[in-house]
Design a protein around this ligand. Structure first.
Ligand code: XMP
Length: 509
């Protein structure tokens, strides 16, 4: 794999965004924590220093050793990085007496400076710091100022070292991407050769060499990541890839059969294992959400292990891990606290003792989709909404019975199909239905009913960390509600969830 740009992370909330912007320029980049950088820098063509929640003046602030970087590789220091370079090289950083947070406009740009090519005066930039650079470091030339921030950007003469106090990576810096492109492409001359096609070529070759004639087992979930990982591995090692697709009885209506067919059509060597009864019998009587997740996790490992043992001499376990999970697990701050037990990554059970191969570990989600498209995977499969590993179990509040699963599958199917039929599916990040543990009174014909309530939930989001409920058209909601109540026996009331995350979560359990 090529190594083009190194991003040293000082713990900024925006570091992943820097990486995404760089990738959007078709440039490969990797994030490393400042305290654990790569030992060998010879394959890197430029380095970016991220921002940080720290003040450079704090004793416990990150103090990286830049002796192998500064003056040797093109360097762009953002926010904390810019202040760090100033503070320790003859400049001065002090608390700012005005608020340097939010939108600002470039009031001065040094003429003829390639970093600002194509950027006009007044261009909006996003500031986010409480310290400010009062005096530039030795050898520095000011490149830009805003009304309040005199040293908004500088460079060091005689080096390819640039520093900016604002964040080019955030959307509110309107020419941020242009500045990153100027720095990386025009100034540092980093090649723009990281495309879905080049990724596929490189990774397939790498997997071929690494895996040779070994057998690999992979658990397919029906989701985008495991599917793309499987197709890549299949290209590399063909039928030595053994895929296992488990029906835990908590999938969407007909999903197991449909997706299994699709996998077979893709030429994957896949075995479908219907373990619905095993899961549902182990879940009987459990109403605590975390116990549900743990039970499903445990049974999945048991089922998967039984299946994996039937493949002789398997050496590798393939996983669909993607880059945000990798960054999270090596982040400056350490892995963030577990909020829901199933969100843990990797977690190879001891008894499986297989080596792990993760073809997507360098890709962001949108890149996985683009790679999937390059591989010719059905756009409908690539565009599927996220679906939780524990499936419908965490959308059935309270205990789970086969009858409740059936009801929820029917309701969910009407809702999701409705979204598709009305051209709304792709406008929604995730949608589903929740079966509530309450009965409500209704009338049907002359009869009084006392039946279940279901909630519909549709959210907009980019990563699931925050989400807004979607303002679905009333007409659509009316049609769906009528269809559910008329067609699904056991349901007499439909409500729509209008809570955002935070403070609510996307799932109800
Ligand atoms: P929450 O409910 O935490 O959901 O706002 C955020 C995203 O994560 C999914 N989710 C899960 N995915 N196992 C999963 O694989 C789980 O236990 C789980 N819980 C929530 C949820 O569907 C949403 O996309």
């Amino acid at each position: 794999m090529q190594h083009n740009v190194l991003i040293l992370d000082f713990g900024s909330q925006y570091t992943q965004l820097v990486a995404r912007r760089v990738r959007e320029l078709n440039i490969f980049c990797e994030i490393f924590p400042y305290n654990n950088p790569p030992a060998d820098l010879s394959s890197y063509k430029a380095v970016i220093l991220s921002g940080s929640p720290f003040s450079v003046r704090a004793e416990d602030a990150p103090h990286p050793d830049l002796s192998q970087i500064r003056g040797k590789l093109p360097l762009l220091a953002v926010c904390y990085g810019a202040q760090y370079l100033a503070h320790f090289n003859g400049g001065e950083v002090a608390p700012s007496n005005i608020r340097e947070y939010g939108r600002a406009n470039l009031a001065y740009i040094k003429e003829g400076e390639p970093f600002f090519e194509g950027v006009n005066l007044n261009s909006q930039v996003w500031m986010s710091h409480s310290d400010t650079i009062k005096k530039l470091p030795d050898g520095a030339v000011r490149l830009a100022s805003t009304k309040d921030v005199e040293n908004a950007a500088y460079k060091i003469e005689g080096e390819i070292t640039y520093a900016i106090q604002y964040h080019p990576e955030v959307y509110h810096s309107s020419d941020g991407k242009q500045m990153l492109e100027n720095f990386l492409v025009k100034i540092a001359q980093v090649p723009q050769n990281f495309t879905p096609n080049s990724f596929v070529e490189d990774i397939v070759e790498e997997l071929r060499v690494r895996l040779g004639n070994d057998k690999v087992v992979l658990g397919l979930s029906g989701g985008v990541d495991s599917t793309v990982a499987a197709v890549l591995l299949n290209r590399a090692i063909g039928s030595n890839l053994y895929c296992i697709f488990v029906n835990n009885g908590l999938l969407r209506k007909d999903e197991f059969q449909n997706v299994l067919h699709q996998y077979k059509d893709m030429g994957l060597n896949v075995k479908g294992v219907d373990a619905s009864d095993r899961f549902l019998s182990q879940l009987a009587g459990i109403d605590d959400p975390e116990t549900k997740r743990k039970t499903i996790g445990r049974v999945f490992i048991e089922v998967f292990d039984d299946e994996a043992h039937q493949i002789t001499d398997v050496k590798w376990l393939a996983q669909g891990t993607i880059y945000p999970d990798v960054i999270e697990s090596v982040s400056v701050k350490g892995p963030s606290a577990t909020i829901k037990s199933h969100h843990n990554v990797g977690g190879l059970p001891d008894f499986m003792k297989l080596q792990v191969v993760e073809p997507l570990r360098m890709l962001f989600k949108d890149e996985v989709r683009r790679v999937g498209a390059t591989l010719g995977i059905d756009p409908e499969l690539l565009g599927r909404h996220p679906f939780p590993g524990p499936g419908l179990s965490i959308r059935i509040l309270g205990d789970i019975t086969p009858e409740k699963v059936r009801i929820l599958q029917e309701v969910d199917h009407i809702f999701i199909q409705g979204l598709k039929d009305h051209g709304l599916y792709d406008k929604v990040w995730q949608a589903g239905a929740i079966l509530l543990p309450v009965n409500s009174v209704g009338v049907m014909g002359d009869e009084r009913t006392y039946e279940k309530v279901v909630a519909l939930r549709a959210v907009e989001s980019t990563d699931g960390m925050t989400a807004d409920w979607v303002h679905l058209p009333y007409d659509f909601l009316m049609k769906i509600s009528n269809e559910i109540i008329n067609k699904v026996k056991g349901v007499n009331r439909v409500v729509y969830d209008i809570s955002s995350k935070p403070p609510a979560t996307i799932e109800w359990e």
